[in-house]
Design a protein around this ligand. Structure first.
Ligand code: NAD
Length: 789
């Protein structure tokens, strides 16, 4: 075969493949490969067609834009075609573009003395969404269309009307009678995260990236679905116009802004290619902190007269170019799935990948989260997968390219025994307790039951125990801990306090000075606050905040250790799940032994600080009514519980009440339910035990609720989520607390307000589901300013 015939057959193959990808991407909104892979195939085709111009056909993907419109929507013919953009990947591509522009305009090349006219460019981020045309007649939105194949798009008029920042009517005056506005419909990063979280919760389909989510949401036949999705619009140009407009691209965008159109806040003017490159670098550096995803920046010759002079090539204008950033998604092969054991014994699948560069970083591992995710992805070992690396987030496997599955692909199986210690691996169970009933379902997490006998868990437990926010023992790095565990010198955190000079000096990297320093640091850690100690224990689901709450409210380790799960749920932000984790941690005999050794004067000699009386806040919140409510007696809510408390004043009186008394207090159905509930001996005993414990803690029923009176946010609970850019979370929290608010870690119906920064996910989703008040950082700062902060 000749070179030309090899090229011809490769060209046919590439076209078929690109057509298929175009269809999936533009019509189905379900691409099977990442954009970087599409771009590679596209460029291979372009290069071959440049070599063999005779083989170029009008239907080649290099000559066409997008793909045909979906027939389910009405068709819309674009008066002015909606084109694609040429791409620059390297700086030299951009310099070539400027050279072509200057040649096209017949401008001489610049010299040192500034002889040549400088070309002005508008610079905008290239939002990663989908192109949309909006037609305004007499200032009213009359039509919305997708780009489709550039000449015919889909009629999505109803759907675009649901996008919050699309003006239905232009503001001000002076707009052309016919004005077609073009721009990108996209989804912010936080909107995307919240949508996916919601979809997961409701068992719906999740989206691989914000672009697919935006496209899939906009091209819905049911506009109610579109309305429920967090879509936004950003305008970047115009199509047909009847009337006057300014003579530059930036001038037009600024006029559009006056008329109420959202345009990019990053819009800038650049003089010549050098300033364009500076813009590219600046946006590149800020790419991760932008609230939306971009795949590059777009440069357009600013003068419309120049634009007209330059004109178009087949599918793209000669006066504009997209300068792309490194792709966030790449293809690679899943070589294997290994299982890692974490501090709490969770056995999690980790993808071992054929190394691949994603956005400038070589990735060889990616998280698969848990076995549910493996099932959801349908991934098998040997598969070709799409890897996504956005921001600081650990790279993720987002999709499987099923077409490339090899015949010998193997399923991913959770090991029966722990890969580190050989103990049994169990699937966790989720317990849901409501109205006195417990229902069990399978959790997504598998756990090694070996606890501290498992070297992996032990190492992680010690790393956590000595960490800065826990016992803060300096000089004990991860490598040293690994050695100590591997050589059997440590089998629990208590052993740290038994370490001898002779044992440490023999470890790698230790000399006399560092050895003494470490021993001193260990000795210095012997008087931790109660909160630090609780946090250091590494109880599953107990982070620093929960540890602080336990310490502040219960104020003694003994109370924390003894507290019944129901009693723990009286504490702020502790739900029944966490309460059970805490309770079962302290019920475990091995844990009890380790704690006893740590606190024993003859062994480790730790002395916990900041212990004392039960907090007044707690005593005030625990009323008999609240206790009865928490017992979850079927059909008895807070109102019924209050009536019982008012009438009987103590638990024994309720247990002994005769039917008549009970009936006078509650409606028959509820009275019966109370009776039946307490007729069950286990329930009565449980209630007595809770009451006894509360009394042993020094509680008594007639206490009044105290409020932090006088402060503006007293009685409110706020939640901070996502990342804040202007201040750290700690500072934000402190400010809120100074105003009298409580700052909680999770969202519930009782939450007063949620402050959501970029990257906010499930908490934001929950907040919008519950219809709570949500503010972004700017609004939060305004609110603080109102209080003089
Ligand atoms: P493009 O995305 O490279 O550029 C043109 C588009 O950029 C415009 O239509 C508009 O929607 C958008 N845009 C964003 N900001 C803009 C701004 N400020 N000014 C002007 N336009 C702006 O080209 P394309 O033809 O839309 O699509 C091709 C791209 O789509 C490829 O780069 C490829 O990565 C991707 N694609 C992927 C697959 C796949 O299977 N993964 C398939 C087809 C296409």
């Amino acid at each position: 075969m000749t070179d030309a015939s090899i090229a011809a057959s490769r060209i046919l193959q590439l076209r078929a493949e690109l057509d298929e990808h175009n269809y999936r991407y533009h019509v189905l909104d379900e691409p099977s490969v990442p954009d970087a892979e599409y771009d590679r195939l596209f460029h291979e085709l372009k290069a071959l067609e440049t070599l063999y111009p005779a083989l170029v056909t009008a239907d080649s993907p290099t000559q066409r834009v997008g793909s045909l419109a979906l027939s389910a929507f009405g068709e819309i013919k674009h008066e002015v075609p909606m084109l694609s953009l040429g791409n620059a990947f390297e700086e030299t591509d951009l310099l070539d573009f400027e050279r072509r522009v200057r040649e096209g305009l017949d401008l001489p090349a610049g010299d040192l003395f500034g002889g040549a006219a400088v070309v002005e460019y508008s610079c905008e981020p290239k939002l990663d969404g989908l192109a949309v045309s909006l037609l305004y007649r007499d200032g009213l939105l009359v039509r919305g269309a997708t780009r489709g194949d550039g000449s015919t798009g889909e009629d999505i008029s109803v759907n675009v009307r649901t996008i919050r920042n699309v003006p239905l009517k232009l503001q001000g005056e002076g707009w052309p009678v016919v004005l077609e506005v073009r721009g990108e419909v996209f989804m912010s990063k936080s909107g995307f995260a919240a949508l996916n979280a919601r979809q997961l919760e409701q068992g719906g389909k999740t989206f691989a990236n914000p672009r697919n989510a935006a496209a899939g949401s906009l091209r819905q036949l049911d506009s109610k679905i579109t309305a429920s999705r967090p879509l936004e619009f950003c305008c970047y140009g115009i199509g047909q116009v009847q009337g006057e407009l300014p003579s530059t691209h930036i001038g037009i965008l600024e006029a559009l802004k006056q008329w109420g159109m959202p345009i990019s806040r990053e819009l800038k003017l650049a003089n010549g290619a050098d300033e364009c490159l500076a813009y590219y670098r600046d946006i590149g550096e800020r790419r991760e902190s932008l609230v939306y995803e971009i795949d590059g920046v777009v440069f357009k010759v600013n003068s419309l007269a120049y634009q007209r002079e330059l004109g178009f090539r087949a599918r793209e204008p000669r006066w504009a170019i997209a300068h792309k950033f490194p792709a966030l998604e790449e293809l690679t092969e899943l070589l294997d799935v290994e299982f890692q054991v974490g501090r709490t014994g969770a056995v999690t699948p980790v993808a071992r990948l054929k190394p691949v560069k994603v956005a400038g970083v070589t990735v060889s591992n990616a998280t698969l989260h848990n076995m549910d995710e493996v099932v959801r992805l349908g991934v098998m070992i040997g598969d070709t997968v799409t890897i996504r690396r956005a921001g600081d987030v650990i790279p993720q496997v987002v999709q499987v390219v099923l077409e490339r599955r090899p015949v010998d692909a193997r399923p991913v199986q959770i090991p029966e025994s722990c890969p580190v210690c050989g103990s049994h691996v169990e699937r966790t169970q989720l317990v849901k307790r409501s109205k006195g009933k417990e229902t069990f379902s399978e959790g997504s997490v598998y756990r090694c039951v070996g606890r501290l006998t498992c070297a992996a868990q032990l190492k992680q437990a010690i790393i956590h125990f000595v960490s800065r926010r826990a016992m803060d023992i300096e000089g004990l790095g991860d490598k040293t801990i690994e050695q100590l565990v591997d050589e059997g010198l440590i089998t629990s955190p208590a052993d740290l306090y038994r370490l001898k000079f002779e044992q440490i000096i023999n470890l790698e990297g230790f000399a006399e000075v560092s050895c003494n320093k470490l021993l001193q640091a260990i000795a210095d850690s012997k008087q931790p606050s109660l909160a630090r100690f609780i946090y250091a224990l590494g109880i599953p689901d107990v982070g620093e905040e929960t540890a602080k709450v336990l310490a502040r409210v219960l104020a003694s380790l003994e109370r924390v250790q003894q507290a019944l799960p129901e009693v723990l749920t009286y504490l702020p932000d502790i739900g029944l799940e966490v309460a059970h984790e805490i309770h079962s941690f302290f019920a475990d005999s091995h844990n009890r032994q380790v704690i006893a050794a740590l606190l024993s004067r003859d062994e480790c000699g730790l002395q916990l600080q900041e212990q004392g009386e039960l907090s007044a806040e707690f005593s005030a919140s625990v009323t008999l009514a609240a206790m009865l409510d928490k017992l979850n007696i079927p059909s008895v809510g807070p109102g019924g519980a209050q009536k019982l408390a008012d009438k009987f004043a103590n638990l024994e009186a309720i247990l002994a009440a005769d039917w008549l008394d009970m009936r006078q207090t509650l409606p028959e159905k509820q009275a019966k339910a109370v009776r039946e509930f307490f007729d069950n001996v286990a329930n009565a005993e449980r209630a007595r035990a809770i009451e006894a414990q509360l009394q042993a803690f020094g509680m008594h029923w007639h206490s009044e609720k105290k409020v932090i009176a006088g402060l503006p946010l007293a009685g409110q609970t706020w939640v901070l989520t996502g990342s804040l850019e202007m201040m750290s979370r700690d500072v934000a929290k402190e400010k809120l607390e100074n105003l009298g608010a409580k700052v909680a870690g999770s969202v519930s119906a009782k939450t007063s307000c949620v402050v959501a920064g970029p990257g906010a996910g499930s908490k934001l989703a929950k907040a919008s589901e519950l219809g709570l008040r949500v503010m972004d950082e700017a609004q939060f700062l305004d609110a603080l300013a109102d209080f003089g902060l």
